[in-house]
Design a protein around this ligand. Sequence first.
Ligand code: S3P
Length: 442
Amino acid sequence: MAASRPLLVEPVPRLVGHVEVPGDKSISHRSVLLGAICDGETRIGGFGRSADTEATIAAVRALGAEVYEHGADTLRVFGRGLTGLVSPGRPIDCANSGTLVRLIAGILAGQQGQAFELTGDASLSGRPMGRIAEPLARMGAGVETSDGRLPLAIEGRPLKGIDYALPVASAQVKSCILLAGLYADGETTFDGPAPPRDHTERMLQKAGARVTIRPTSVTVRRTDTLSLGDVEIPGDFSSAAPFVVAATLVPGTELHVHGVNLNPRRTGLLEILERMGAKITVYNRREIGGEPGGDLEIRSASLVGTTVDGDEVPTAIDELPLFALAAAAARGESVLRGAAELRAKETDRIEATVDALRALGVRARGTDDGFTVTGVPARLRGGRVSSRGDHRLAMLGAVAGLASRDGVRIDDADAVSVSFPGFFEMLDELRRTSAIEQPERR
Ligand code: S3P
């Protein structure tokens, strides 16, 4: 992604208003990928447009699926059936998206007699692919990485089911294996330590695949046809999270975030923040697109430090940089452990988060599998941080700016477009409404 001028995010005196964030990125990817291997038409509402999900649309088009776009967030995907994808004869560019590359690899492994190549940008090309290549090869696919990284060459072959106990809690790897399992003889079972997000198995079930979901394992059997019909995508909790943390840290706040996905495998940050003393109320609980959803009300709060580890890590994996920021404003020390996976994200998010906090005057230290942050319950000083091209780091910088004394300059702030292109516009709009509205007295 091209570097741009640093963006200054100035402090706000309070945050008052209502926001609605774009459709969930994980579910948006899955709806297009599964739509491409369904029979007939899939209609997707609330699609979360972003650089990542645009890459998924381009990928399935390259493979022969038709995708029609109606307005901002409605798509119609005409699938080619489970085995009808056609190799484009050139590499498929997965851009910055780990979800795209890992999930599509499982589907391509089942396209017998065809060869595919998957590539990505510099960040994705540095991320580990052995974690999908190894189980796919065990299932019988022809898979070759370049020293465990991209480019990834895949040849579709007859597959057989496997029992796979994954050493890391990765939904992307789980999904890759489950999707390949649709094509495999026998049963494919995934067993994991702390169960990561389960959107793939939920959507597979809706599409008519033979899936059995248990508390810590999932089994899929060979499936002949899939049909999704209508898919409604709830707001992305990971895109709501910066607003939740900002509303907690900025004084005099009453913020509502509407229509958010509240799948418990995604909302670890809510529990963490509540443990720290945050004032978050969930209301209007309802099902949105086959997933638990609802609205959030957030009021400012004074926080105390906490420890995050174990099963909580995968439920907050993309929000851990924001946890670090909340910890910086909390009384006492906060610790993150058991999160070595953060080093394999769009950046090394342990190093990038700690460096960003230090640049803002916070006492923070990285460890092998997490970090320690010494909080000070006062406004952050502010300063200048670099996103390093990582959308989650750019959002951390923005939230820090709102809650700071002097504002925060963010280098390469455009990185937000990877998951949330309208992020800064929404922030500006909220700044405007906050200047007019007063929080309701309680
Ligand atoms: C995702 C899974 C997570 C997460 C990523 C999206 C998904 O990665 O970090 O942003 O859509 O399946 P891992 O499953 O590799 O931890």
